[in-house]
Design a protein around this ligand. Structure first.
Ligand code: F6P
Length: 366
């Protein structure tokens, strides 16, 4: 037996549809199957640092009805790396260095035997580091970007793609009415999964992804060719991390005290300006931004989140600490946090997404 009686659950990093469904599954499995106590740690790792004031008991009534809710009932933070901690107070930015021992101590004080940490790359890097310090941890792969290694899919991705696809459907009718090119900028960080998937689902004319650097003249030519065939509008989906063959990504801001300080964004406007000039149609850019992270999770994400959350508890009870739950085809599995971190996944330039796009003559800018 694992000897676990009380577990903590935390959400950290950017929020993502399905977080609440995972929390619900963790709480229900822990209480109803194993008779455990569950403590929610609010505001991610900052809550772990602050201790008691951010630790809340979670019962069945707390998770009732949250499966369909976006966001996270535990709140989140994507700035608090306790292994190199900086925070901002009324006196400005305070650098505290490595305060991870405070987190470990707070868990002990609260009698928490093990943790389920729901997060992406940055969050799970800290989870790995806490695991190295002996904390019993299981990670759950969250991110709309779908860029975590070792798992076929992260939860939240399906909803982000659905949101982007719905937007593309809406933009199609206005693009057609006005004979315009509309450039739709989607999120995804350094990976093009949301872009290629929503471009395929939305029937876009072009998709520009970080994995395939583009030549803007090739995109303009594709739009002109379509016009020659009588199509007087165009939809171009651009990943925020897309880059031209001879240039770099567009950075929108630097978030100083974040473990991953670079925020991408703005490429959509750049491309719209260029295409208006080169392709001959009036052009507009729409940046979908955080709409892709908000709102109700899709049915698929609710199911995946539920499976992940329940499996995370099973793994804790089996003593399989230091791992992240994964999806391998239809089957749940796991991989060590040591192996997951630092190997982010990207769209394979010869993989099935790209093959499908090329098959329907979508321009990829190359
Ligand atoms: O990782 C999720 C994500 O939404 C990325 O797609 C995006 O680049 C980033 O987070 C935005 O971060 P923030 O919410 O800090 O602006």
């Amino acid at each position: 037996m694992s000897g676990i009686k009380k577990i903590g659950v935390m959400t950290a990093g950017g929020d993502c549809p399905g977080l609440n469904a995972v929390i619900r599954a963790v709480v229900k499995t822990a209480i109803q199957k194993y008779d455990l106590e569950v403590v929610g740690i609010r505001h991610g790792y900052r809550g772990l640092y602050l201790g008691e004031q951010e630790f809340v008991p979670l019962g069945l009534h707390d998770v009732s009805g949250i499966i369909s809710k976006g966001g996270t009932i535990l709140y989140s933070s994507n700035k608090d790396n306790l292994f190199d901690y900086t925070y901002v107070d009324e006196h400005g930015q305070q650098h505290r260095g490595d305060v991870s021992d405070v987190g470990v101590e707070n868990l002990k004080k609260a009698g928490i035997d093990a943790l389920v940490v729901i997060g992406g790359d940055g969050t799970l890097t800290s989870a790995r580091d806490f695991s190295r310090k002996g904390v019993k941890i299981i990670g759950v792969p969250k991110t709309i970007d779908n860029d975590l290694a070792s798992t076929d899919t992260t939860f939240g991705f399906d909803t982000a793609v659905a949101t982007a696809t719905e937007a593309i459907d809406k933009l199609r009718t206005t693009a057609e009415s006005h004979s315009r090119t509309i450039v739709v900028e989607v999120m995804g960080r350094y990976a093009g999964f949301i872009a290629i998937a929503s471009a395929l689902a939305g029937g876009a004319d072009a998709a520009l992804i970080p994995e395939i650097p583009y030549d803007i003249n090739i995109v303009a030519n594709a739009i002109r060719e379509n016009r020659a065939r009588g199509k007087n509008f165009a939809l171009v989906v651009v990943a925020e991390g897309a880059k031209p063959k001879d240039g770099g990504m567009v950075i929108s801001k630097i978030v100083e005290n974040s473990p991953d300080p670079i925020r991408l964004g703005g490429i959509g406007e750049v491309i719209a300006g260029q295409l208006e000039h080169l392709a001959g149609l009036e052009c507009r850019a729409t940046i979908l931004g955080h709409t892709q992270r908000g709102g109700t999770p899709t049915a698929n994400d609710r199911i995946l989140s539920t499976r992940y959350g329940a499996y995370a508890v099973e793994m804790l009870m089996e003593g399989k600490f230091g791992n992240m739950v994964t999806l391998d085809g239809a089957k749940l599995s796991y991989d060590s946090l040591e192996n997951v971190i630092g190997r982010n996944k990207s769209v394979e330039p010869d993989g099935y997404w790209v093959k499908a796009a090329r098959a329907v003559h979508m321009c990829l800018g190359d």
